[in-house]
Ligand binder design. Structure first.
Ligand code: ADP
Length: 520
């Protein structure tokens, strides 16, 4: 048997999956690590804890599979985007891994975004100017932590650090580099203007390589721990968003991948880089002639979770007594209300928002409430609001790359037939739910198999991914949405100027509450 390991270094855990060359799963391991948040806007992780999680995952699967020498053909990586670690001259970390969720660069990001230079840089890096990116984190560190910044000899992400420990070389794939905000998508090289702004030089960054690049000749001590041959090829792989598209088989032109997990995203693969005159979408490299254009949203299933916990505490208790998932009870209640929630709209921006409005100050709201509306209306309106928001991202995407031809949807939301149908009706498109286990790890393994010559083309992924169910738009429902979506879009624009004011008010009061607590 020939095996490939897909290793997905995520925000909360490393997921490791063992596949054969037919894409069949032979083992799975999930190894978590804590997020360090000493202050609300900090989001760091310990590089050594992530390294151990990676190492534990591989060791466990290799041991359990009882492989013969030579059966493990390669190990391929996916990694969360935008992490930053400062290393000293001996490649020892001076910081933890500062993750995409860390918001401390916000003031520098806002300032750059508002300047003409911000737009220029977006246009040749394909990465929105945002505190998530290493570019803005470097500007923040250089200004606010100058001593630390000066001590640093290298600036890398978590995957580069892990591979350095294993192989003793600093390499960065185009896809992860792309997401730093300092990579020129037209020259396929570090972007001089962005580097200057960050205050770093190319000799402080890893060498750039393609996503199919193989590392060989691991340090013996680690090969022993992992239980593998030191010459087992490690395929550097790409970042998680683009690999998720590959892993749900959304790589043909016009096939849009919509994900609603805790957060959400809308993404499509194109054969060349594209950017948006309004800077609403990202453009990240996947593999040769494959670019992933799309928008990430903060407010996916996490908003439904808020409804479950804050608006529907009684239903949650009932569901627990009935031994059913509270989400299933809530969607059952929502199903009793017609499409469009009798004119109740919901803006899901509880956690600020990235695409399409890119406004960290955005806040949520119900609009159109009347006395006949019930809690069931509110639940349904929330589910619809999350999808309206993703739909507006899809509209932005359509302006940049053209009309979608079909939709592949995935994430926790897909457990609900009602929510899947809502997506179908609001998008007025057939929606297929692909059957793939851990799409991102599968994307990595597929890229790995391609690099190793075990498959001829990335489109062979279609043999690995099945379809569980296909939904078709229901004319009864989409009429309502056709009337309501324009109202949602107009309202969305008119609410925007007030987000900053309400967020400032909330922040001021948060501090007052904290101060009051301290003095008690
Ligand atoms: P993650 O993005 O963390 O991997 P998932 O993809 O599992 O998470 O998505 C979790 C979200 O999926 C939950 O917040 C919830 O909104 C939604 N969800 C989970 N189960 C159901 C269900 N039975 N019905 C509707 N939504 C669900």
């Amino acid at each position: 048997m020939d095996y490939t390991l897909g290793v997905d270094i995520g925000t909360t855990s490393v997921k490791t999956v063992l596949y054969d060359v037919k894409g069949k799963v032979h083992g799975y391991s999930n190894n978590g690590y804590p997020l360090y948040q000493d202050t609300p806007d900090m989001a760091e992780e310990d590089p050594e804890e992530i390294f151990s999680a990676m190492s534990d995952g591989i060791t466990e699967l290799v041991r359990k599979a009882n492989m013969k020498p030579g059966e493990l053909k390669g190990v391929a990586f996916s990694c969360a985007m935008h992490s930053l670690i400062l290393l000293d001259e001996n490649h020892k970390p001076l910081t933890r891994a500062i993750t995409w969720g860390d918001n401390r660069a916000v003031n520098y990001a806002d300032k750059l975004k508002a300047s003409p230079e911000g737009m220029e840089i977006y246009k040749h890096t394909g990465t929105p100017i945002h505190p998530m990116t290493p570019l803005t984190k470097l500007i923040w560190l250089r200004n606010d932590h100058a001593d630390l910044f000066k001590q640093a000899r290298w600036f890398v992400g978590i995957k580069e650090y892990i591979l350095y420990k294993l192989f003793g070389v600093l390499k960065e794939d185009y896809s992860i580099a792309n997401a730093t905000g300092m990579f020129n998508i037209y020259n396929m090289d570090w972007d001089e203007q962005a580097l200057k702004l960050a205050g770093v030089t190319r000799d402080q960054l890893p060498d750039l390589v393609d996503t199919t690049y193989q590392l060989k000749g691991m340090r013996e001590e680690y090969a022993k721990v992992l239980g593998i041959d030191i010459n087992t090829p490690f395929i550097i792989g790409a970042s998680d968003g683009p690999l998720a598209n590959l892993g749900v088989n959304a790589i043909q032109p016009g096939v849009v991948a919509v994900t609603i997990g805790t957060s959400g995203a809308v993404r499509v693969v194109t054969d060349k880089p594209h950017t948006d005159p309004k800077a609403r979408v990202f453009c990240y490299y996947l593999a040769k002639n494959m670019w992933v254009v799309g928008g990430p949203v903060n407010n996916g299933g996490v908003v439904f979770r808020w409804v479950r916990d804050q608006l529907c505490a009684p239903e949650k208790v009932t569901a627990e007594q009935m031994h059913i998932d509270p989400y299933d009870l809530l969607t059952e209640i929502a199903a009793k209300v017609p499409a469009g929630s009798d004119g109740l709209l919901f803006f899901p921006f509880l956690g600020g928002e990235r695409a399409p409005i890119w406004d960290a100050n955005a806040r949520g709201s119900f609009f159109g409430l009347n006395r006949t509306h019930t809690r069931a209306h509110m639940i349904r309106a929330v589910l619809e609001g999350i999808v309206y928001n993703l739909y507006t991202v899809a509209l932005a995407l359509e302006e940049v790359v053209g009309q979608p031809t079909s939709i592949q949807a995935s994430g926790g939301f897909a457990r609900s037939a009602l929510w899947r149908q809502m997506l179908t009706d609001i998008f007025e498109q057939d929606v297929a739910i692909p059957e793939s286990f851990e799409s991102t790890a599968l994307g990595a393994a597929t890229l790995g198999m391609y690099s190793l010559g075990l498959i001829d083309s990335l489109s062979d992924v279609s043999n690995f991914v099945g379809t569980t169910v296909v939904h078709h738009p229901d004319p009864k429902n989409f009429q309502a949405y056709r009337e309501l979506i324009p109202i949602y879009i107009r309202l969305s624009r008119s609410l925007q100027p007030e987000y900053k004011n309400i967020a400032e008010y909330q922040r001021r009061h948060e501090h007052e509450d904290e101060d009051a607590e301290k003095s008690e």
